[in-house]
Design a protein. Structure first.
Length: 229
């Protein structure tokens, strides 16, 4: 029964991802933004709800985050996205842990790489999650589910995720506040595109830092394990 449930959820995610790739989301979201903007305060709650749903369904949230800056400006937009993305991240984390946890952990325990990573998460979870969240290279929505399969405590996950996601959230919302419309493509010829290039460059540097840090932790863990043998 549990296996059928997992297969059903996975197939559902695949179908949703396929539909996302086939559908013209940019224009639809632009129309949706106009409606949200016209709703005033009620639109904020609808925006938060839709962001949470998108996060749980693995729908990439970059254009939705840009929309917050476009509609509400950098400061209020950051507050709304921070609340919505964190609520979605917590929801996905617990869904992963409750639905997939037992089945997937039995499978991945066969692979030493995952076991080592899980041990690192258990011992240095907050630092690792913080660095993972800072880097734009690692997909936000997928990380929510992957970390739900790890041994990190929910408290460490929430605190490290919120702090690590905040800088990127502010930058993306700020980029959105600079756009003339949401169908505008960011390029080096406009301010938003230029800032995004710098953001990704810094993200790559942070990713390198994370790789070095994880390698060091893994090396120390292996040496400790050998010494205990």
């Amino acid at each position: 029964m549990k296996r059928k449930k997992v297969i059903f959820v996975v197939l559902g995610c695949v179908v949703l991802f396929f539909l996302y790739r086939q559908y013209h989301w940019e224009q639809s979201i632009a129309d949706w933004v106009a409606q949200i903007e016209a709703m005033g305060a009620l639109g904020m709650f609808i925006y938060i709800f839709l962001y949470i749903v998108a996060t749980v369904l693995l729908i990439p949230g970059s254009i939705i985050t840009l929309a917050a800056g476009f509609i509400y400006g950098p400061w209020l937009g950051t507050v709304l996205v921070s609340c919505a993305s964190m609520a979605g991240a917590i929801g996905a984390f617990f869904i992963s842990r409750s639905v997939f946890g037992i089945y997937v952990q039995k499978l991945v325990q066969k692979y030493p790489a995952w076991t080592t990573f899980d041990q690192l998460i258990a011992s240095s979870g907050k630092k690792i999650v913080f660095l993972l969240r800072l880097s734009p290279v690692f997909p936000f929505n997928i990380l929510n589910y992957l970390l739900g399969l790890s041994s990190i405590s929910s408290k460490d996950y929430i605190v490290a995720s919120w702090i690590g996601m905040l800088p990127g959230t502010f930058l993306y919302v700020y980029f959105g506040s600079l756009l003339e419309n949401l169908t505008q493509k960011p390029t080096l010829n406009n301010t938003s595109g230029l800032y995004q290039q710098w953001y990704w460059a810094m993200g790559l540097v942070l990713t390198c830092v994370l790789v070095v840090y994880l390698s060091k932790l893994a090396k120390n863990a292996l040496e400790k394990e050998k010494s205990n043998v």
